[in-house]
Structure formats: C-alpha cells, structure tokens
Design a binder for this molecule. Sequence first.
Ligand SMILES: Nc1nc2c(ncn2[C@@H]2O[C@H](COP(=O)(O)OP(=O)(O)OP(=O)(O)O)[C@@H](O)[C@H]2O)c(=O)[nH]1
Length: 755
Amino acid sequence: MKLTPEMIDRLRAASARGQRLTLTDVARTPAAAPGQPNKPGEGPARPGGPPRPGAAPAARPGEAVDDEEEKKKSGVIGRDSRHKNRGSDRGRSSGGPRVDRGSVILGPGGQVDLIDQQSGSRRGPRAALLRKAQRRGEIKPIIKEGKIEIGLPITVRSLSEAIGMKTGELAKRLLKETNQLYGNNSPVDFDTAALIAVEKNIELVVKRQKTAEEILIEEFEQMATNVDPEKLRPRPPIVTIMGHVDHGKTTLLDRIRQSNVAAGEVGGITQVIRAWSVMHKVKDPETGEKVIESPITFLDTPGHEAFTKMRARGANVTDIAVIVVAATDGVMPQTEEAVAHARAADVRIVVAINKVDAPNANVDRTRRQLYNLSLLPDNMGGDVQFVETSALTGQGIDDLLDAIVIESEINLAGELLADPARPAFGTCLEGYMTADEGVMATVLVQQGTLKKGDILLCGANYGRVRSMQNDQGVNIEEAGPSTPVLVTGLGGVPNADDPFYVVEELTTAAKIAEARETKDREKTLNRFAPVNVENFAATKSKQKITELKIILKAEARGSVEAIRKELEKLTHEEVTTRILHAGIGAITESDVQLALTSPEDTLVIGFNVTADDAAMHLAEERDISLREYQIIYNLVDDVKAQLEGRLKPIEEVVHLGRAVVRQTFKHGKVGTIAGCYVTSGVLERSARVRVIRGGVVVFPPADKVVGLDSLKRFKDDAKEVREGFECGLKITDFNDIKVDDVIEAFKIESRARTL
Ligand SMILES: Nc1nc2c(ncn2[C@@H]2O[C@H](COP(=O)(O)OP(=O)(O)OP(=O)(O)O)[C@@H](O)[C@H]2O)c(=O)[nH]1
C-alpha cells in the first residue's frame, strides 16, 4: 500500500479522536469534511458533527463521559461532579451536601465505624452526615475484616484506625489486657494489638518497611499509571531489523541512513548493538513532494548466530520488528527464530523481502514460506505488511519506511506516546569500558528526558551523566523519549538489558546499587545452596504458572506437526502448553536464548535431534534443562508430568484431636508450658496446632502454621497422647497460653492433582 498525505491526515485525526482505523479503512475511506456527518462504520463523528448510528459517543481525551454516567447510576459522585451539581443538590429533601454512599466501615460485630473517606477523619460535618445517612439506612456498609496492614510503631490511634474501634473503647480494652493506662499516642506492642484485632476477626500484619529500590520502582510505576494525557507527546517507534545472517540487514540500514557502515565492520559481520534515529519524509505520490516528517528509531541488532543473545535483547525494547528475508535464500532457520523472538516479545512485524534485484531471487517462493510461518498479508486475512526491497539498489526502501509509519499510526495508535517532562527511564543496550572515557553505555530513553548531570541508576551501577552523544557522535545536553544515546559517568559497566532510572539523590542511587550488588552476590551463592523443605515450598508456592512454554526442535516437519497435535490434547483450565518456537534441526544457542526470556516455565525439547555445543554450554551456564526424546509418547508423558507438577496440590486439613489446658507453668528458658487433658482424638508430637480461646483462634495468625516444641507424658517425651490422658506441651513461639484454652491438633495433607 502506498501511503498518501490524506491517509496520514486521516490516521492522525482518528488517533486524536482515540479511534483506531484498520489498513483497509485507511485505504478505502475518503476523509469526511469537517463538520459533515461521517458514514456508518467510520467511528465517532468529528467534534461538532452529529453522532452516527451505532457509534460510541464522542469524547475528547481526558473526558470521562461514560465514567461520570456510571458514577451517577451507582450513586457515587466524585468531588468534581459534586461540585458541578451543587445547585441541584441543594434542592434535595435531605438538605445539605450529598453524602457518598458506601463510605462506612462496619466492624465484624456489626458496629459502625464512621470514617469520612475523603478526609480519613471520624469527626467533622461529613462524618456526622455519614452517621445520619447510615441511620437512615442509605449507606451500603463495607465489612472491615480479614488481613489489615499496620505500620510500626503501633499507637492507640493507628490501631484504632486499623481495626475500626474507637480510641476510648480501645484504651479500656488495653487497660484490661495489660493493666496500664493508654493515651491516643501511646505505643502498643504488636502481640497485644494482634490479640485485640483477632477478637474483631482481623488479622493484623506488620507493614514491612519498603526498600529504597521498591520505593523507586513504585514511584516509576505510579508515574506510568497516573499519566496525565495532556502531557503525553508522540514518540518515534523503535524498530529492530532481524533476520538470517547475510540477508542484508546492515546494508538495508545503511541505505536508510545513506551511510556505509557495512564496509567498516570487522569481517563483514555486525559486531555490536547500535541504534540511531532517522527522519522519514513521507512523499506525495503524485507531486513527489515531501509532506510529513516522521521520526523512526532503529536498533541494529546483529544477525549472526554468535550474537543471538544480543538479538533476543533487541526484540524486547522494540515496537516493530522488521524481518528481513533474502528472496535468494528464502526463509532460513534464523528467519524462523527471528519471528519467534518477535512474537515472544509481542511486537508488531513488518516483512522486508530483500535482494529482489538478484537474478536468483524467488519472491513467490519466499512469500509462500512466510505464509507457512503464519505471517499473512491483509488480503489473506492477516495484518502483516510485506515490502519488496533491494538494499543494494534502494528499491522499495521508501515503501518499507512508509510501512513502518503505517504500522505506528494504525496498529500502534495511542501506544507510541511518552511524557518528556517526567524523570527519564529506559534500557541499557550495551555497556563497555574504554581506556580514555572509562565506562560507556548506550542507553535507549523510553520515557522522560535524560539530561546531562542527571543521576543515573542502571542495574547495580550509578553515577552522574558526564557526557551524552547522539547517534551521530554529537555531544548533546538532553535526550527525549525513543532516543538512543551514548553516556559516560557510570561507576561500573552495566549489563545490556538493565533498566535505568533517573534518581533524585546520589545517596539513594548508591543505596539501591549496593543492595542490588549484594543481592546478585547472594543469588550466585544461593545457586549452590541445598534445597530444604522450606525453600522448596517457597519456590513452589511462587510458581503460579499457567502456561508451559515449549521450544521444540525436531528432525522433520512431520514430527513437529505430530508432536504439536499431541501436545494440543493436554489441556486443563489452570495449565496449558504454548509452543513458542518449533523448527527443524539441532537445538541451537538461539533456542536456549529464547528460553531465557522465562526460564522457569519454558522447556527446550529436541526430538531425534541433539543440542550443539554452544547451546549445551549456554544451557549449563544458565541452568536451562534440555530434553531429548526419540519416542513421541515419552515426550508427551514428560510434558504431561510437567504440567501436572504445575497444578497446585490440593491441601486438606485432617483433624487429629483436642486438648484443654488445665494448668500453666512458666519455665525460664523454655517459656510457658501447658498441662493439658486430651478431650478427643490424639495429640501427635509432629502435629500442627492452634489455640482457641472463647471460640476464637488466638494463635497462630492465619498466615503462619505452628507445631509443638515438646510433648511429654510426665517427664518423658511422647510421640502421641491419646484421648483421656494428660500431657505437658509447649507450643512453638507462643507463651501466652492460659487455663481453659483449647489446643486443636491437625495435620495438612497435600494431594497431587492430575490432568
Ligand atoms: N543483490 C543484493 N545483495 C545484497 C542486498 N542486500 C545486501 N546484499 C549483500 O548481501 C551481503 C550481506 O549483507 P549484510 O547487510 O552484511 O547482511 P546482514 O544480514 O547484516 O549480515 P550479518 O550482519 O552478518 O548478520 C553483502 O554482500 C551485501 O552486499 C540486496 O538487496 N541485493
């Protein structure tokens, strides 16, 4: 498709209206004159035009028309709308300002704790209104129970707010519990606070102090979510060129830059990841005049087998991957891998069929091979643009750039935006050390503007940006979104792929960098730490994997298809398989590299093929297991077992027995020992226990499981004590045991599940 100025105009107008057009829409729909009603199916009318049948009501960016309607329907009116509606509210029979519904916190016992959700206060006119509204039954209560976080130190006031109990009432309760007098700001120890909370069915959890790194990442996440649409500006798309070795990636980029980098490359192979920006000028096809300037940022990722690592990285920071296929060779193993990488990174694909000038070029065959990889153009039901190019003669280069602009304007409309005013964030593409300049790092700014003098934190390294050069080696003072720059000033060499953040204080950057370094060191040591039951359980519980990704290599396409069919049969609502990449031939380093994007849930499988040396080496180094099979059923059985292993086992609580506490003894070193009588079942030494007082579980908290430190019959250790017998026991981490407490013993049995 040839991009025309009208098309760009239409695309931008649609994008400004928050509307997305498809390629076909853009090609077929003539632009509607301003103010004129559009045809059905064209999307919302331009501002000022009447709405079309079936079209969503037009809303300018930032105008939450639907939201406001929804809020009105549900009776919740925000501050702004309340303000706007004040006049009409005055006429309401209840008189006075409106009251938010659903703003009341109700304790489990049914008592109401009225908190003004806007001010957080229990006093004042709003709280009084809330109380009134509650009495009239207008307010839908929210039950406050379950887990509640509280910061340290705990005071009467903070506990009262956390558990929804009046401070006076709480002070009285504390007096009863500890025999001490409390004011609003008096400290309360956690055990006592937790005990009082339990009586209200609330489990009190101490809010962990956030690390400097967590605070920083949270800040950046908040910046990303709480974006002000007014501040967003379009940013250039970031494009990666990928494909098989020697298919013409560098020559293509040279053409685009009108420079000759390939001639300067060592051995004719791209050596380092590089990035640059170009300004594409879209021409009017009739007059040939340049009409619109569209900047594009290119990452030149190496294509040679030895640099698969770099290529995998290139795909992760990009918006669009241009897959270059030489029409002379057609689709080759690395073309397939490039497609798999692009798909795994979820980026848009544009295909460049290159070397069409060569006498042995076979474009039709190449197209067919690409269709077999499910890359389909729009006339075949797909949405991938194909462009025929010759990097040597320059044929089709403008069309390729047009295709990238179309891709950005249509399929990435509304996504290629960034706020240049916020602190910069981005990714390191390459880091190295030179004798003259020290540490150098090529970084890609993704959000915000990076400035000279900014404090940069990149992986476990930090420093003030001493100098910045753009892609042409020119010193610059600042770099906006989608700009690649070479920076100096970091204290150490960062890893490619390390995200970078601009931090306000050098001390914060130093603290985070140091913590990261310690963590990295621990990680290396932990790789050799023996697995014990606890850390094994911890790793298992962290694995909430729903998708088992598979990289499959086989000796023939028939085998791949047969295996694919068998694996498709392994379905379950919680776990499933997804073939990330399937290909013919040995397992290569690139396959292992692909698995590294999510190593815990990816299997690299070879069927009747083995792994080459580089793949074995990398797999060993990075702990990726490579599996080889000769029999299809063994392969399927193994994958099935892997999936079943990922199904969380069912945990069943088996009740063992109960005992009642008849006496307690304080023992200096051991703590409080309970003299008990077993009223039912059996108490086993290895059992889990909980303490029940007045029908309420007082220990342990819901997220903790405890057992017994000791179980004795008279002076002897006992394995179990049956109903009708007395025993002495000590509960782990618990000394507040009291006469008449009931000790309930149980065990947790887990049952594996099958597909
Ligand atoms: N006939 C013809 N030759 C081309 C074309 N594009 C590139 N070549 C030649 O193909 C060879 C490889 O080109 P490169 O641009 O180095 O290929 P590459 O994909 O970047 O290679 P690596 O960096 O090794 O992955 C060179 O000899 C180029 O001159 C083209 O469109 N037509």
